[in-house]
Design a protein around this ligand. Structure first.
Ligand SMILES: [Zn+2]
Length: 510
């Protein structure tokens, strides 16, 4: 995400509780039961069905991320999602379904999905109706029979999707979830809004490939992450679009847009397919000059970080009140306003989202507290590019970030110690780019470049966290960087900047 919020006073951390309470109030319709409180597992009860020697227990409702403890789920691994969306009209509920192929990592008596969608209809497990209960953002599924450890199983959830559904984060100054447009929608699911779109394992460290089937009225197009596999006109005139994400994707990076679109195809370095998706009309021509720079941006980043890690790329121009861009995998969504102003600003935004495809999309974060690795890198290369292309010098920008760093540390938490409601504040952007800048000053440019290349190569397509980064940087630099990076990332105060003894920290204001 390219969020550059102005500093705001910290808020009390009541948001999560409020959100859960509000979501719990949504309840459940139809024949599904609704329990406000989950029954504890209790002792295994022998009975006529106890023939199977399986001591099945509930999968955990979250993966235990301290910042968003109920996000993701335990007890199974998702291997694939298939979404079936029968889109009707803007801001209009439509029939939706998801098919989840998963493998049990324990004997499961029940399991959770993350789901905050509007109206649940039916849930089946391996074709058999399952009991489904909603508790806040958790959908608790109890299959008719326990699922043995190691077994593959298929969950189907039918629901009514509501494309007006979104939530708000003050720290990112924006709504997230479905982002309605005049003739359709785009998505901005970060950080945990995918659960409003479909039932999912909604945590950035959890990834699976997705197949999208979206049916649209004639005249409208659907786009999603990855490759367009098929576009088929049905006898009733509606069009069914099929996309394949090609590579596993985290829920927060899912993109699905519907509208009157013009597709603009081009080719990036090494023949990489590039497809921009632009609302049909003036925006096609008006955004062309900056969109055409993508190939240059790709080449510039490849010189620093190695080959682009996905099979294709493109910019989806968001003609909506979406306030920030987002690195949705292989198809970044960029607000039209970002592409209509000053060139230096436009390139900063474009390079930022593209950089995320190496850091954040390909190298996924392990926990939300590792967000500095994703946003810090995106901001660092955005500033480095800008420095070399007519923008502000990175040294000047980092000197200014250094001056504010103690204040950010106080208000937003240290770079690797955000609170749930300070995640997307400046400390994760310029405040974290500053940590990388300090590392570069400490080890020298050549060693820093080797560290960076090793980071995106070693962890390509994998999950990595702060400890992994410190360990890898130390290994590549040939010295233990723990004593240097720890106070930068976790300390109560910002350390001196190597090589810049004259840099000053502004006094902290209450
Ligand atoms: Zn970002």
């Amino acid at each position: 995400m390219k969020a550059a919020p102005a500093r705001r006073p910290p808020r009390p951390t009541a948001r999560l509780a409020l959100t859960l309470a509000a979501a719990a109030a949504v309840g459940v319709v139809g024949t599904l039961t609704h329990e406000r409180h989950r029954t504890p597992p209790g002792p295994a009860r022998p009975g006529p069905s106890a023939a199977a020697p399986v001591h099945a227990t509930p999968g955990s409702p979250g993966i235990g991320d301290p910042l968003m403890p109920l996000d993701g789920n335990g007890g199974y691994t998702v291997r694939h999602y298939t979404l079936d969306f029968d889109w009707r009209a803007p801001r209009t509920a439509f029939d939706a379904g998801v098919t989840i192929s998963a493998t049990a990592t324990q004997a499961l008596s029940r399991f959770d999905l993350d789901f905050a969608g509007n109206t649940l209809r039916t849930v089946t497990v391996d074709g058999v109706p399952a009991k489904a209960v909603r508790e806040g953002d958790e959908l608790v599924v109890t299959p008719a029979k326990p699922i043995p450890h190691g077994a593959a199983f298929t969950v189907r959830v039918a629901y009514l999707a509501d494309p007006t559904q979104h939530r708000h984060r003050d720290d990112a100054i924006q709504d997230y979830g479905w982002m309605p447009t005049a003739d359709g929608t785009v998505l901005s699911p970060q950080p945990d809004g995918a659960k409003m779109i479909f039932p999912v394992d909604d945590h950035p460290s959890l990834r699976a490939p997705i197949t999208f089937h979206v049916t649209t009225p004639p005249g409208l197009s659907a786009v999603a992450n990855g490759r367009l596999v098929e576009r088929r006109r049905r006898p009733d005139g509606r069009v069914r679009w099929t996309y394949d994400s090609e590579q596993p994707i985290a829920a927060q990076l899912v993109q699905l847009a519907i509208g009157r679109f013009t597709f603009v195809d081009s080719t990036g370095p090494r023949g990489l397919p590039v497809r921009d998706v632009v609302p049909t009309g003036d925006l096609v021509g008006d955004t062309e000059a900056y969109r055409a720079l993508t190939s240059e941006h790709l080449a510039w980043l490849e010189r620093r970080l190695g080959p682009y890690p996905f099979h294709r790329y493109g910019v989806l121009v968001g003609d909506t009140d979406l306030s920030v861009a987002l690195e949705t995998q292989s198809l970044s969504v960029v607000p039209s306003a970002d592409l209509l102003g000053d060139r230096v600003d436009a390139e900063r935004n474009l390079v930022h989202e593209l950089t995320h495809h190496w850091t954040g999309d390909s190298v996924a974060i392990r926990r939300w507290s590792d967000l500095w690795l994703s946003e810090g890198h995106a901001r660092f290369y955005e500033r480095l590019y800008s420095d070399e292309h007519g923008g502000r010098s990175i040294e000047d920008a980092m000197r200014s970030a250094y001056a504010q760093h103690e204040q950010w540390r106080r208000d937003d938490g240290a770079p690797a110690e955000p609170a749930e409601d300070t995640l997307f504040r400046q400390m994760r952007y310029d405040g974290s780019a500053l940590v990388l800048y300090a590392l570069r000053e400490k080890v020298g440019e050549q060693a820093f470049e080797r560290i960076e290349r090793a980071w995106v190569t070693t962890y390509q397509g994998r999950v990595a966290g702060t400890r992994d980064f410190i360990a890898l940087a130390s290994k590549v630099a040939g010295r233990d960087l723990t004593p240097f990076l720890t106070p930068w990332l976790y300390g109560a105060h910002t350390p001196p900047m190597p090589g810049h003894p004259d840099w000053q920290v502004d006094p902290v204001v209450n």
